[in-house]
Design a protein around this ligand. Structure first.
Ligand SMILES: [Fe+2]
Ligand SMILES: [Fe+2]
Length: 457
């Protein structure tokens, strides 16, 4: 009787784990893009229902006190192994994590015309702390205090002065301090995507080398644009903790714009992504849309980030309305950049009978909108390659090379493709001034792979 009861209990555990996984909206997106996962999930669901029924019927016929047939051990294995594997990958109860400081750009513009910044971090215990912000040249100092104790810390750095060097230190985090410069006349961005931290040691080392290259540059960057898949398993909080440690040398000095990817957000991972990169406190302070943003880092330069993790799944009517409204407010001769994790044009291959190249839904939904609203440059990740495409005068770029395994085989070249490389990891460097912008793909060692320049249309 013992083994029958154990099998019943494990079946119930497996079923509740599957129900929890299915309760997240983004699980359906994962299944729609990955039929293998969908089929596997369906089979496990069937097992977790049919095995207990079989056991209950058999025991009712044979009597609960009689010895169970040998097959019961096989049934136990059939539910025990997947239950253990699923539990390991999708733990419903996870330990609390601490996250290191991250300097982010916000959408709000301060009194001197540039974006307010914010410092975000998480502590294990609730605490109330303060940040000391110093203007480097004239030594002006400001103490910014938190109002209430919290684990999620958000310190807004308001009304920063353009082209100025600042340093800061966090009172409760001994030894963690940072420094940064605000944008002046021009803007230089480092663009990265698809680190997949948590996937393997090899990709982690690659990501660390790229970070060292970016922070080692003499002509330093003003901004980091991180286009998602920062972690491999967004459902595991530990992956976010590892990402926070790896990014720290960069994240404490270079103001970042973070965009969620499909790996970051799947199976409940979006909650951890928001905790790390767009916590509730920041959202309520700025009162902005949480996952679609319009940044103005410099007069005449706009960066609009969209939450497109796999494709158009999350793009609702309300979001279309928001985007159309934002685009309509931008002057025609301003520089307009759109960024998302999922790509629009792009070379790739067929994966699980889905085309991972030139996704027609993305192109049909967004390209006319971009073309009619004078978008200049569209930046994405998702496919692990460097690629530059051009369509109707718009530069489309994919830069999914921050550490994740590079695309091995590309069988379909995008109709808009001009340059494609899937043999190097690295990052992209984007320089913008009023009259033109240029973008360079760079490898781990900072060597140039490809470059192009364009004038805003
Ligand atoms: Fe990726
Ligand atoms: Fe992705």
């Amino acid at each position: 009787m013992g083994i029958s009861i154990i099998t019943l209990i494990v079946s119930v555990l497996l079923f509740s784990l599957l129900a929890r996984i299915l309760s997240y909206q983004r699980t359906l997106h994962l299944f729609s893009w990955n039929p293998t996962y969908r089929r596997g999930f369906f089979i496990l669901g069937l097992l977790s229902l049919s095995i207990p029924l079989t056991i209950i019927l058999e025991r009712s016929n044979s009597g609960w006190d009689s010895s169970p047939p040998i097959i019961t051990s096989v049934l136990l294995l059939l539910v025990l192994i997947p239950a253990a594997v699923l539990y390991y990958h999708f733990r419903p109860i996870q330990r609390r994590i601490a996250l290191k400081p991250l300097l982010v750009l916000t959408e709000r513009r301060g009194a001197f015309g540039i974006s307010d910044h914010a410092i975000l971090w998480r502590s294990l215990q609730k605490e109330k702390t303060s940040v000391r912000l110093t203007e480097k040249i004239d030594g002006n100092e400001m103490l910014i205090k938190e109002d209430t104790p919290s684990r999620s810390h958000v310190i807004i750095l308001k009304d920063l002065i353009p082209g100025t060097q600042y340093s800061y230190s966090i009172d409760s985090l001994d030894g963690i301090s940072g420094s940064f410069s605000t944008c002046g006349e021009s803007l230089r961005l480092a663009i990265v995507s698809d680190a997949h931290i948590g996937s393997s040691k090899r990709s982690l080392n690659t990501t660390k080398r790229i970070i060292q290259t970016i922070i080692g540059r003499e002509d330093s960057f003003d901004l980091l644009l991180n286009l998602g898949d920062i972690v491999q398993m967004g459902n595991l909080k530990g992956n976010y903790e590892a990402a926070s440690n790896v990014l720290l040398p960069l994240s404490k000095h270079l103001p970042s714009i973070m965009v969620p990817g499909n790996h970051d957000a799947w199976v409940g991972g979006l909650n951890s992504w928001k905790d790390a990169y767009y916590p509730k406190r920041l959202n309520s302070e700025l009162r902005t849309h949480q996952l679609f943003h319009h940044y103005r880092p410099l007069e005449g330069v706009h960066i609009i980030t969209l939450d497109l993790e796999w494709g158009t799944e999350n793009f609702s009517k309300a979001q279309r309305h928001w985007l159309t409204e934002q685009l309509s407010t931008i002057a025609k001769d301003d520089m307009l950049i759109v960024a998302s994790h999922a790509f629009f044009f792009g070379s790739g291959r067929v994966v699980d009978s889905r085309a991972w190249f030139d996704p027609m839904k993305m192109i049909d939904t967004f390209h006319p909108l971009f073309r009619d609203n004078h978008v200049n440059l569209v930046l994405s990740g998702h496919n692990h390659q460097f690629e530059h495409m051009k369509e109707d005068g718009i530069d489309y770029v994919i830069v999914g090379t921050f550490g994740g395994r590079l695309e091995k085989r590309i069988t379909h070249r995008s109709s808009a493709s001009i340059f494609l490389d899937h043999t190097h990891h690295g990052f992209a460097e984007l320089s913008i001034d009023r009259s033109q912008y240029s973008l360079i793909f760079r490898n781990l060692k900072d060597e140039e792979i490809y470059r192009f320049s364009s004038r805003p249309r």
